[in-house]
Design a protein around this ligand. Sequence first.
Ligand SMILES: [Zn+2]
Length: 73
Amino acid sequence: MSRKKEEWGPHTHCIICGKAIPEGEKTCSKECSRKYEEELKQYKKQQKMSYLFIIVMVGMILVFFLASYFARG
Ligand SMILES: [Zn+2]
């Protein structure tokens, strides 16, 4: 009898450990939810850093461009 799978109904999986959990939930336990929040924080930090990196790069290119523009006269 492999009908048990159908009894699960709509469900999703814990984004940390992959356990089956009710739909609408993100994590299966407080431990996983804590890990998830930590990962989210890390991710946001990384995103901020990459934005900063892009801004610095664009700024440097702009400065370089302006410097060469004014150097030519
Ligand atoms: Zn989990």
